[in-house]
Unconditional design. Structure first.
Length: 283
């Protein structure tokens, strides 16, 4: 039974395929959110208060469904490395912030109430640790030897998708800073964190864009889905990673900078005016 997308080596014919593993994951996420939402509402928040967060979480689940299920899932798993790159961006740059914003701080605190879990969360959410984990996952999951070994099995393909999602959650935890007790970065730190993560992705993106031959056997030998050659598909993947990832990071950094500016401006307006020294001493 095919429960998760993986490289099959069969010709692509656009016939719909069922991937129950994707549905089970989405069902678990939905049930967990419904339970968490009921607990949050008991704390006094109304449905109207939670509406933006609910919309964000459901949009994150919808994006997860699109990224993991047919046809994007199997295309990215074993046919087109360009779709594989789109999956990477969705799993790391789009889905995590939507899910994190959708979870109220009360829910996040409940998830971290056990001392061991809280301790691990404190360690992995440190900016340097999160930076290392995120970029290690990025580099490792784009190495040709790794991709060719894991994409041919359902468990391996599932592990890659979940590693992307987990790394993305750590990445966006630094940007959103949902829990004050875990000492989130201020606006300058968040902007610097984002910009620091621009450079390492250019390494695999450059290899994909400028290589004269296919880097991944699993995609080179896959039956062609379109008129693109394996090298052309690979070049599109490199440009997608470089341009798409850069736009998401620089766009988010711009929003943070604007919010930082507005906050500083409001603080300046709220600060009491200081009279000149001459007036204070009555001169």
């Amino acid at each position: 039974m095919t429960w998760w997308c993986s490289a099959q080596g069969a010709p692509w014919d656009w016939s719909w395929q069922a991937y129950p593993g994707v549905w089970v994951l989405l069902l678990l996420l939905l049930v967990g959110y419904v339970v968490a939402r009921r607990r949050v509402k008991r704390s006094g928040l109304t449905a109207e208060d939670l509406r933006p967060r609910t919309a964000s979480y459901l949009l994150g689940m919808l994006t997860l469904w699109i990224a993991a299920d047919w046809p994007v899932g199997p295309l990215g798993a074993g046919y087109l490395v360009s779709v594989h790159t789109v999956q990477y961006l969705l799993f790391t740059m789009v889905i995590p912030p939507l899910l994190l914003f959708g979870l109220h701080s009360t829910t996040l605190r409940a998830m971290l109430r056990h001392r061991a879990v809280s301790r691990v969360a404190w360690i992995v959410t440190r900016p340097l640790i999160a930076f290392v984990i995120f970029n290690t996952v990025l580099v490792a999951t784009h190495m040709p030897s790794f991709v060719d070994a894991v994409k041919v099995t359902q468990i391996g393909s599932f592990a890659v998708d979940m590693a992307w999602l987990a790394a993305g959650l750590l990445f966006w935890w630094q940007v959103l800073g949902p829990l004050p007790e875990l000492r989130p970065l201020g606006y300058p730190g968040r902007i610097l964190f984002l910009l620091a993560n621009v450079f390492i992705p250019t390494v695999p993106a450059s290899f994909l864009t400028f290589a004269d031959y296919p880097l991944y056997v699993v995609y080179e030998l896959a039956p062609r889905v379109s008129g693109l050659s394996a090298v052309q598909d690979q070049q599109i993947a490199g440009l997608t990673m470089k341009i798409g990832g850069g736009l998401l990071i620089f766009g988010t950094a711009s929003v943070l900078f604007f919010r930082w500016y507005l906050r500083e401006e409001r603080q300046d307006e709220a600060a009491p005016a200081v009279r000149p020294v001459e007036e204070q001493v009555g001169v």
